[in-house]
Design a protein. Structure first.
Length: 203
């Protein structure tokens, strides 16, 4: 892992995903979480202040040691304990049917094999348990999609993720069943980076 991706990209994500608009989305996505919760792509802990008191603990899966260091203040300020439980969502070190819920926010676009990660999430969730998610991805308008594909190379280099991630198809092909889904453009973001998929999917 190079200097930029190891040290600078986590700080870029920390700034870019820490605004008021993102916080409002996190409030919605985290609502209803309870018990032992798996979070893939824990990042710098931006979801931590938005967790409801019914959450007994977070098991954080995060590949970046820099991001985990940056999360220390949020973890310390939270009443919800955090267990760092792995660094690869594509191969989770947990037994089947382990968790009461799962959480991912703007994560799947940067996982090399997101289909495998969703299959792993389904495996470790208890039957009937729910993944709460928000992701950016493939837009519905062809002109926006063209700009997404033009911008993919530079976005991959800077942010480490794809702009045209086909979130709907990923979930359709996964063992999870989407029970709630809202799609919308984030007003403060350019359209190629701002088409959101927010919802819940059940194991």
């Amino acid at each position: 892992m190079g200097l930029y991706s190891h040290h600078l990209r986590p700080r870029l994500h920390n700034l870019a995903l820490g605004g008021k608009a993102a916080g409002e989305v996190r409030d919605r996505v985290c609502a209803g979480l309870a018990g032992d919760v798996l979070e893939i792509g824990y990042g710098t802990g931006h979801n931590q202040p938005h967790l409801p008191p019914e959450v007994a603990g977070i098991w954080a899966v995060e590949p970046s040691t820099t991001a985990l260091r940056l999360s220390e203040a949020r973890r310390s300020a939270s009443s919800v304990p955090v267990v760092v439980g792995g660094d690869d969502a594509q191969s989770l070190p947990f037994p089947d049917d382990r968790f009461d819920a799962a959480l991912c926010t703007w994560v799947l676009c940067g996982i090399p094999d997101a289909s495998r990660a969703l299959a792993e999430v389904a495996r470790v969730l208890k039957p009937g348990a729910t993944l709460h998610f928000v992701e950016h991805g493939l837009a519905p308008e062809p002109e926006v999609v063209r700009w997404q594909r033009r911008g993919n190379r530079i976005n991959q280099a800077i942010a480490g993720c794809a702009l045209d991630n086909d979130v709907a198809s990923l979930f359709e092909a996964s063992p999870l069943t989407v029970s709630e889904l809202s799609t919308w453009y984030e007003k403060a973001a350019p359209k190629p980076a701002g088409y959101m998929y927010e919802g819940r999917a059940t194991a």
